[in-house]
Design a binder for this molecule. Structure first.
Ligand code: PLP
Length: 405
């Protein structure tokens, strides 16, 4: 049995709906900024319980627009090092200098103690990334730290469509949230992003920035330094169709996660990551920690080659601060060694220790999880995992014995 990294299932009914939406857009002649983008925004706002939703062309542009609307130019932004690089690059593109902070292995999210240590007088925003769909168990503490210092907390919800914390959805827990609809995500429209917020001022500014700075309240006069960050109508057609099935898609993911929760307990060599109290995940990733003696690459190879089971990518195996880009580029985006860069980017994060994030990066795996995985397939994944772990553990012991002799 083959278990691929990802499937994005479409029924005939879903395909017909998308096809008729695309045909309607083409017939209407309004190929951009039309009714489907509006409908996607309305449906997404309702789905999250957000006051406003603004569609963009990617999750990265959603992040950058939020940070530009907040005003982070020439200020610093705290970014957890355990995230996708886009979280950091969006801050730099918005004119900020990035300060990396450590993460907590128990929820994969920002470590509030390190956050406090890293804050600087010019810090304007803190990025909270709901890694794998998990919202921080220390959200309340992080919010208090930000509120005390008058700093904006921004949610990177690229992994967390529909995840919730004490009944409130991701995207409604801070100043604003940014979602991605890249194909691997819980809800996808190919390429796209969405901003959610309850802040009317931020909403109005985001609408302006997304469309070249045109201000709809001033007869489209250019009042902001914007860009073309609009979502196309074609992507929105796919997004609207996904929103109609969002609860079904999420339900299937959660059911698969419950299966893993139940069956992994009995398998030696790994431990499923438990959700913090009050947190509900939609499982962009199902994360489990391996015993430190297990070689992750060897396990993944065995699963792939001997069992045809592909584990999905980690979140993350390489931390942002370790990427080679920082050899040439400073955390403010300027060329390293340029005079301007030297003045603001003194902290050499590549040589800084991030013990929590390093533990996450070294020891976790993400199990296959997507809608349409059948009971038989899930059983096969668990059985294969158990056998592959036993094989890998034996190999590690043999290796240790040989190198010890
Ligand atoms: C945590 C995180 N933030 C931001 C992004 C950027 O989203 P997009 O690819 O839609 O620009 C991603 C995409 O994978 C992500 O995983």
């Amino acid at each position: 049995m083959k278990i691929p990294i990802l499937r994005i299932p479409y029924t005939d009914q879903s395909l017909r709906e998308v096809q008729s939406g695309i045909a309607a857009v083409l017939r209407s002649g309004q190929l951009a900024a039309g009714k489907y983008v509006g409908e996607f925004e309305e449906r997404f706002a309702e789905f999250c319980g957000a006051r406003y939703a603004i569609a963009t062309h990617s999750g990265t542009s959603a992040l950058e627009i939020i940070l530009r609307a907040i005003g982070v130019q020439d200020a610093s932004v705290i970014v957890p090092t355990n995230t996708f690089i886009a979280t950091a690059f969006a801050a730099i593109s918005a004119g900020a200098r990035v300060i990396f902070a450590d993460c907590d292995p128990e929820d994969l999210s920002l470590d509030p103690d390190d956050l406090e240590r890293k804050l600087e007088p010019d810090t304007r925003a803190v990025m909270l990334v709901h890694i794998g769909g998990i919202i921080s168990g220390k959200l309340e503490i992080i919010r208090r730290i930000c509120a005390r210092r008058g700093i904006h907390l921004v949610e990177d919800c690229a992994h967390a469509h529909g995840s919730h914390w004490n009944g409130a959805s991701a995207g409604t827990l801070a100043t604003a949230g940014a979602f991605s609809f890249f194909p691997t995500k819980v809800i996808t429209c190919g390429e796209g992003g969405m901003i959610t917020t309850a802040d009317e001022g931020l909403y109005r500014e985001a609408v302006i920035l997304r469309n070249h700075g045109k201000n709809p309240q001033r007869a489209a006069a250019i009042t902001g330094f914007g860009y073309n960050w609009r979502m196309s109508e074609f992507n929105a057609v796919v997004g609207v169709e996904q929103m109609k099935r969002a609860h079904e898609i999420i339900g299937e993911r959660q059911e698969a996660a419950r299966f893993y929760d139940h069956h992994l307990e009995k398998i030696p060599g790994l431990r499923a990551l438990l959700l913090p109290a009050g947190v509900g995940s939609t499982y962009y990733k199902y994360v489990a920690y391996l015993d430190s003696s297990i070689d992750r690459n060897a396990l993944k190879r065995t699963l792939r080659d001997d069992f045809e089971v592909q584990l999905t990518g980690e979140v993350y195996a390489t931390l942002c601060h370790q990427e080679p880009v920082w050899e040439e580029t400073c955390y403010c985006g300027r060329q390293r060694n340029s005079r301007a860069a030297r003045a603001c980017c003194r902290t050499p994060f590549r040589r800084t220790s991030f013990p929590g994030a390093e533990q996450i990066a070294a020891h976790h795996v993400c199990l296959p999880l997507y809608p349409g995985l059948s009971q038989r397939e899930l059983e096969y994944v668990v059985a294969s995992l158990e056998r592959a772990l036993a094989q890998t553990a034996c190999l590690s012991k043999e290796h240790a014995a040989v190198s010890g002799s």
